[in-house]
Design a protein around this ligand. Structure first.
Ligand SMILES: Cc1cc2nc3c(=O)[nH]c(=O)nc-3n(C[C@H](O)[C@H](O)[C@H](O)COP(=O)(O)OP(=O)(O)OC[C@H]3O[C@@H](n4cnc5c(N)ncnc54)[C@H](O)[C@@H]3O)c2cc1C
Ligand code: SF4
Length: 556
């Protein structure tokens, strides 16, 4: 059998079966994996194995629960499947049909979703930041959005647990927010693009920092240190990146969890008591039903409400967990606008992870005439990505585009991650059109609020000032871009105004949970995945406590 035959095509057929699953650290290797029968009632069926679902699957298995993680995407072997090729790597995205509409309709696929064991963390940019404490009480402390039913001090503990598990490489002292322990791994060296951000921030009197990143700066177990080849957003082929695929999933399987790849869940079943009984899923062309005592939805902010809405039945005609009418509503993305320009010195911004420096200055300066804040980060787009920015933002094409691309190694830029406001009009609903599985596709409506527009204007002005102060010339703005999703199954402490409680348990169905980016009541002005993982760690602890008290399926 040749090496290629042995490895096979990740999309052709499931790789996790027959009591084994791919060993992501060994070419062609497998690790043993426990396997459950459809008829065997497991403690947890978790839909989605990304930042939220992968973390929860691991911790629940480690606590002794029987659990299966379903993912519609394949089980990749990074060492064999990932090429240093932007086009090839589009295989990581969720590219199924969706209808996008609204004044500021969202670009899906590469921008906002992953479809793989490990979810979007397989191709995320690894920026791992904690929320500002006040954001957990944005309504009561800062006058906008909604409060989280969580206390930041408790979250601080879970952030630390997540940072340790992911071996975050970061600075000794992070300049913003309450004191925190030093990051487990030393910060990565700052690349030339990151130095330009630092120059600009210093010229304006703003603090900056090496970016805390989920890629290791020194060997860790079977992960080699990052080699700064810059393909992070297209799948790291060395396993330096600490994605859910290489951190949580191997741990989960070692603790007895099963992972079902290429398994699309199309419906959650409920019984006469109104409790969830399991999931209908399609694998290898067949619809099957897995029995489970609890179901967790962790499909991210579009697929999670889609599944809850698709599971409507006579008892829950508006979809599951939807007595508040809020499933699918309050969709938030994060403004991701940028300012780019040229310098004389050679930069080669593709070298290293895309962002090696960050400033959170505007998250902590509250003298602004709009709500919320933002950070900005150094950039390092790869060539095709960069050409797309030039065609989209400057309308360049043909010879003009070719000419501009010759400056690639002298380009620099910074990009914001901003806090968009929740608005019920921004939402996910079901369309009449069906996908290949015969399931209704998602219709996604999005428009910036006036507050968002003010925040974006402010950020673009400040980023441009900083670029110019750093000696960058011929600057231009990327006016429209968005990344990261949240909000379509928000948590809260009032069943009329939220979908799940602080433990991520749905108010309506005692054994139905949501554990992913969709539970965010506000999105804050930093990247979300560390918070998603910290919330999942907390949820696992809470589930353990509830189970001990016999309160898993019913509320006290
Ligand atoms: C290009 C890019 C760069 C990013 N960079 C960063 C960054 O630097 N820092 C950061 O914090 N965040 C970043 N993010 C965002 C981050 O990756 C996501 O916010 C996070 O992964 C979301 O976690 P999740 O658990 O909600 O969903 P995901 O991690 O997306 O996991 C959801 C999983 O559910 C599966 N699924 C969905 N529906 C079903 C179904 N019905 N049946 C079976 N499986 C299903 C999907 O296949 C997917 O694998 C980035 C995202 C992208 C796209
Ligand atoms: S720069 Fe580091 S994390 Fe990114 S793809 Fe290369 S080795 Fe992986």
């Amino acid at each position: 059998m040749s090496f290629e035959d042995h490895v096979g095509d990740a999309f052709a057929e499931p790789r996790a079966r027959g009591g084994r699953a791919p060993d992501v650290f060994t070419p062609g290797g497998y690790v043993p994996m426990r396997q459950y029968d459809d008829d065997e009632e497991v403690d947890f069926a978790i839909v989605g194995t990304g930042a939220g679902g992968g973390t929860l699957l691991c911790r629940l298995a480690e606590k002794g629960f029987t659990a299966i993680g379903f993912d519609a995407g394949p089980f990749f072997r990074p060492l064999e499947d990932f090429a240093s090729d932007e086009t090839e790597q589009t295989k990581l995205y969720w590219t199924g049909n969706r209808i996008v509409e609204g004044n500021d309709w969202l670009i899906m696929g590469a921008k906002n979703s992953g479809r793989a064991v490990g979810g979007s963390t397989v191709h995320f940019a690894m920026v791992s930041l904690r929320f500002r404490p006040e954001w957990f009480k944005a309504r009561s402390k800062m006058g906008y959005g909604a409060d989280w039913p969580l206390d930041w001090r408790e979250m601080w503990r879970y952030y630390e647990e997540a940072e340790q598990a992911l071996a975050i490489s970061g600075p000794i002292d992070y300049p913003w927010g309450p004191k925190r322990p030093r990051y487990p791994y030393r910060a990565h060296p700052v690349n030339a693009a990151g130095m330009v951000l630092a120059r600009g921030a210093e010229a304006l009197g703003m603090a900056w920092s090496p970016t805390p990143l989920a890629t290791v700066s020194a060997p860790r177990g079977k992960s080699p240190p990052c080699v700064y080849r810059g393909f992070c957003r297209f799948g790291c082929s060395t396993n330096a990146k600490q994605s859910a695929l290489i951190v949580w999933i191997p741990r989960a399987m070692a603790a007895g969890a099963e992972v079902r790849d290429l398994a699309m869940v199309g419906r959650i079943e409920t019984d006469r008591r109104g409790l969830a009984t399991g999931v209908h899923y399609r694998r290898e062309g067949q619809w099957r039903f897995q029995r489970a005592r609890n179901v967790v939805v962790a499909g991210y902010a579009v697929e999670t409400p889609r599944l809850l809405l698709m599971s409507a039945n006579d008892r829950f005609p508006d979809g599951l967990a939807n007595s508040s009418g809020l499933v699918g509503k309050n969709l938030m993305t994060q403004p991701n606008q940028a300012v780019f320009g040229e310098v004389d010195e050679e930069i080669r911004w593709y070298k290293a992870p895309p962002s090696t420096t960050v400033t959170e200055h505007w998250n902590y300066d509250d003298n602004k005439d709009f709500h919320g804040g933002y950070c900005w980060m150094a950039q390092g787009p790869l060539p095709i990505e960069w050409a797309t920015v030039l065609t989209g933002s400057r309308g360049l094409w043909g010879a003009a585009l070719r000419e501009e691309m010759t400056k690639y190694n002298h380009m620099v830029g910074v990009k914001m991650v901003g806090e968009a406001m929740a608005d019920e009009r921004n939402r996910v609903t079901l369309d009449e059109e069906k996908d290949d599985d015969g399931l209704p596709i998602a219709r996604i409506h999005y428009a910036w609020t006036q507050n968002d527009e003010a925040l974006i204007r402010h950020a673009l002005d400040q980023m441009e000032l900083s670029m110019k102060a750093a000696g960058v010339r011929n600057t231009f703005r990327q006016e429209q871009d968005a990344n990261h999703l949240g909000g379509t199954a928000r948590m809260g402490d009032d069943p009329r105004a939220s979908v799940v409680d602080a433990d991520c348990r749905s108010w309506d169905i005692g054994n139905l949970w949501v554990c992913d980016g969709s539970v965010f009541p506000t999105v804050g002005g930093v990247n979300p995945s560390l918070t998603i993982q910290a919330v999942a760690l907390r949820t696992a602890d809470r589930i353990e406590q509830l189970a001990k008290r016999g309160e898993l399926c019913r509320r006290a």
